[in-house]
Write a protein that binds this ligand. Structure first.
Ligand SMILES: *[C@@H]1O[C@H](CO)[C@@H](O)[C@H](O)[C@H]1NC(C)=O
Ligand SMILES: *[C@@H]1O[C@H](CO)[C@@H](O)[C@H](O)[C@H]1NC(C)=O
Ligand SMILES: *[C@@H]1O[C@H](CO)[C@@H](O)[C@H](O)[C@H]1NC(C)=O
Ligand SMILES: *[C@@H]1O[C@H](CO)[C@@H](O)[C@H](O)[C@H]1NC(C)=O
Ligand SMILES: *[C@@H]1O[C@H](CO)[C@@H](O)[C@H](O)[C@H]1NC(C)=O
Ligand SMILES: *[C@@H]1O[C@H](CO)[C@@H](O)[C@H](O)[C@H]1NC(C)=O
Ligand SMILES: *[C@@H]1O[C@H](CO)[C@@H](O)[C@H](O)[C@H]1NC(C)=O
Ligand SMILES: *[C@@H]1O[C@H](CO)[C@@H](O)[C@H](O)[C@H]1NC(C)=O
Ligand SMILES: *[C@@H]1O[C@H](CO)[C@@H](O)[C@H](O)[C@H]1NC(C)=O
Ligand SMILES: *[C@@H]1O[C@H](CO)[C@@H](O)[C@H](O)[C@H]1NC(C)=O
Ligand SMILES: *[C@@H]1O[C@H](CO)[C@@H](O)[C@H](O)[C@H]1NC(C)=O
Ligand SMILES: *[C@@H]1O[C@H](CO)[C@@H](O)[C@H](O)[C@H]1NC(C)=O
Length: 616
């Protein structure tokens, strides 16, 4: 039982309860206030239920005359329904108009259901509803014309995000909403422009989220009047133009995100300095150019800086070192240049992610990075860094993701000896680097126990497939293609119980295909014996736009092509039932193609070409 109502709304009589005789009073009050909510409220709620096509058995729980006691229903002291909260209830069907009959309803939360049809606009324009959350449903239609409200709109928080709403998102829809504080319309298909007058209408307006829609046009200068705006997110739309200077008058802004639009222009230092409350600045995937202004150092509260996928250039300003609360720095795919040494990374004790992939940075890795003890993901790939890794790297005990690919680092022996001290490494992408060196086959390399992904491709390393790899017992994905590894494919390969992606193509491996390879645990079982739910700390790129977010998303692959493998294809190849791609082309295999290959029913790629094979 949720609550007992000691006063009776119908008569407006308050009963003071003496502590003696409580039971008696209880009896009386229950008897005389048998229905705490009104009959209209009760039938309106039941009406709402019957209009649903799927009501998750709520009907079983909505028994008795006092609807205040029903699951998800809340009343005030007088027994008037003020709250209807039914998130995650599996509700399907339409939202009934009848909810509009709950004249004192203040909070309506129907989020995370499968409701469809339109949103009864009477709810939005209600004179009582303060918080309306219908996010994560399949509601559709547009919001053009809200019925005018004689008592004025009460709405403060409206969350219509993650639905199927369409139509123009216009200022006129919101013209009477003088109490609106937060509006979340993300993840719909609204068109038109960002409404410019929201803040003239509602002075306390503070949260506007419009991500993942089809909004176009420029960012309205009118937003500069939003003196209380703290969160402004309109990423993943088709916005164009520049950041209007008026926007920088919104000095309370803490979170500004316009990622993935068509915005351009530069970040003006004299403007940006005004946003001193900024914690999250996300302008990634636009067309911004120019340098990061020195005044960025004035944004003392900055935690996340995302400028990825733009055309920004120049050196990183040393003043960035003043942003001591930084947790994430994402500058990938720009044309930044110069050395990183000007930035004092030891000022970022909270830094977790540094991604500067695909820029023109040069020089060596600054030692100060190694004092970022909380660093989880570090990606320096596709720049012009050189030199040997320093001992300090081993101090990064939290480091889980490291990519150094496409630079000019040297001494792979040294690199691996240092990296084995970073015990939390799960993803290690080293090549191309270390050109023409020798693959270390050093038994002292043994600390990379958590490694799931190891990539040392395209380094032209000589030597053989090193034994220390056999000790990476969690390894799932191994790239060693594009080296000069010689000797046989090792027979220990099947001891890697989780390995499901093996690319050792373009080497000089000799000998026969070992029987061991035909018993790889992850390739012989069709059911993913080992389901690794992990998400990469940073997406792993294959080409400029193709990315993997989870190791498990990689296909099951065996690629031995372009080696010097001889002998026959073992008939046991038919056991590798899980394989999606089998490439043994460009070797020196002889004999018949075993019929058991026909048992590899999951194959999407099979390349046996450029061998000396005969028909079945
Ligand atoms: C709710 O009010 C409407 C009029 O706005 C009326 O037609 C309807 O019958 C009422 N519903 C219930 C369940 O009382
Ligand atoms: C309860 O009803 C009384 C009398 O009608 C009213 O004065 C009071 O404001 C009501 N209380 C609430 C919480 O609505
Ligand atoms: C609605 O309920 C969901 C699930 O409990 C919750 O996450 C959300 O914050 C609620 N909405 C509002 C506006 O409180
Ligand atoms: C909907 O948005 C409001 C305001 O931003 C927020 O309080 C609420 O938690 C959101 N609902 C869900 C389910 O996230
Ligand atoms: C707004 O909606 C989006 C998508 O439904 C959600 O991811 C986000 O957390 C919401 N914002 C708030 C403040 O609730
Ligand atoms: C910003 O606000 C100041 C006063 O607070 C005002 O003088 C100025 O005109 C505003 N600038 C813009 C671009 O709106
Ligand atoms: C290493 O990773 C584990 C699992 O993700 C985590 O719980 C632990 O805190 C990490 N260790 C350090 C030093 O960060
Ligand atoms: C490479 O590193 C190893 C181990 O740290 C060291 O002994 C060797 O001298 C280094 N080689 C070069 C050329 O610096
Ligand atoms: C590596 O060796 C190849 C030829 O064997 C040569 O063309 C290339 O310049 C060498 N690269 C480096 C970085 O030494
Ligand atoms: C393939 O093997 C045959 C016989 O063992 C040998 O004569 C030939 O040179 C090899 N071809 C290549 C390209 O290695
Ligand atoms: C294919 O697999 C089936 C069942 O595992 C087996 O009975 C059959 O012999 C296999 N065929 C070949 C040609 O290996
Ligand atoms: C292919 O095999 C035949 C017969 O075994 C042999 O005569 C020939 O030299 C082989 N060709 C190559 C390119 O290895």
């Amino acid at each position: 039982m949720k609550s007992i109502h000691f006063s009776c709304k119908k008569h407006g009589i308050r009963r003071r309860i003496p502590s003696i005789g409580l039971a008696l009073v209880l009896l009386i009050s229950l008897a005389s206030c048998a229905s705490s909510c009104t009959e209209l409220e009760r039938t309106s709620l039941l009406q709402f239920l019957t209009e649903l096509s799927q009501n998750a058995d709520l009907i079983k729980f909505w028994q008795g005359t006092d609807c205040c006691k029903w699951e998800g229903i809340g009343c005030d002291k007088n027994g008037t329904v003020t709250t209807v909260s039914l998130p995650y209830k599996g509700l399907e069907g339409r939202i009934s108009q009848s909810l509009g009959n709950l004249t004192d309803l203040q909070h309506l939360n129907l989020s995370h259901n499968s409701l469809s049809g339109g949103l009864p606009l009477g709810l939005v324009s209600s004179s009582s509803i303060i918080v309306l959350d219908i996010s994560f449903n399949q509601l559709s239609g547009d919001l053009h014309e809200l019925p005018s409200s004689t008592h004025g709109y009460s709405l403060q928080v409206l969350n219509i995000s993650s639905n199927l709403f369409t139509g123009h998102f216009t200022s006129t829809t919101w013209k009477g909403m003088q109490n609106l504080i937060a509006l979340n319309a993300s993840n719909n298909s609204f068109t038109g422009q960002i409404p410019s007058h929201l803040c003239n209408i509602s002075p306390s307006f503070s949260v506007l989220e419009l991500c993942y829609n089809k909004l176009s046009g420029g960012i309205p200068p009118g937003l500069g009047n939003c003196s209380n705006l703290r969160i402004l997110k309109a990423g993943h739309n088709n916005l164009s133009g520049i950041l209007p200077k008026e926007l920088f008058n919104v000095t309370l802004l803490e979170h500004l995100s316009f990622s993935s639009n068509g915005l351009q222009g530069t970040l003006d230092g004299t403007h940006i300095i005004k946003l001193s409350n900024m914690a999250i600045l996300d302008l990634g995937e636009n067309k911004f150019s120019g340098m990061i202004p020195d005044s960025i150092g004035q944004l003392k509260r900055l935690q996340e800086l995302h400028l990825n996928y733009n055309s920004m250039s120049g050196e990183l300003p040393s003043t960035l070192s003043n942003c001591k609360n930084l947790i994430t720095i994402d500058l990938k795919s720009n044309i930044f240049s110069g050395e990183l040494n000007k930035v004092n990374f030891s000022n970022f004790p909270n830094l977790k992610t540094l991604d500067i992939m695909r820029n023109n940075f040069s020089g060596t890795i600054p030692e100060s990075i190694y004092s970022c003890r909380n660093l989880i993901a570090l990606r320096l790939s596709s720049n012009k860094f050189h030199g040997q890794l320093s001992e300090g790297l081993g101090n990064l005990k939290s480091l889980s993701f490291l990519s150094l690919a496409n630079n000019c680092f040297s001494n792979i022996t040294n690199a691996l000896q240092i990296l084995q001290r970073s015990k939390n490494l799960t993803t290690l992408i080293l090549g191309p680097n270390f050109m023409n060196e020798t693959m270390p086959d050093d038994t002292t390399i043994n600390g990379l126990d958590n490694l799931q992904v190891l990539a040392i491709p395209d380094c032209l390393l000589s030597g053989k497939m090193p034994f220390w790899i056999s000790e990476l017992e969690n390894l799932e994905i191994l790239f060693l293609q594009g080296n000069r590894l010689s000797g046989p494919i090792p027979t220990w390969i099947n001891t890697l119980g989780f390995l499901f992606y093996l690319d050792i193509s373009n080497n000089s491996l000799t000998g026969e295909i070992p029987r061991a390879l035909m018993t790889m645990p992850m390739l012989t079982s069709e059911t993913a014996a080992h389901y690794d739910p992990r998400i990469f700390d940073l997406p792993v790129y294959e080409g400029p736009s193709f990315q993997y977010r989870k190791p498990i998303a990689f296909p099951k692959v065996l690629n031995l092509s372009s080696n010097k493998v001889t002998g026959v294809i073992p008939p046991e190849i038919g056991q590798l039932k899980a394989l999606i791609s089998l490439d043994i082309s460009c070797n020196n295999l002889t004999g018949p193609v075993p019929p058991s290959i026909g048992n590899l029913t999951n194959l999407e790629v099979l390349d046996l070409s450029n061998n000396n094979l005969t028909e079945f």
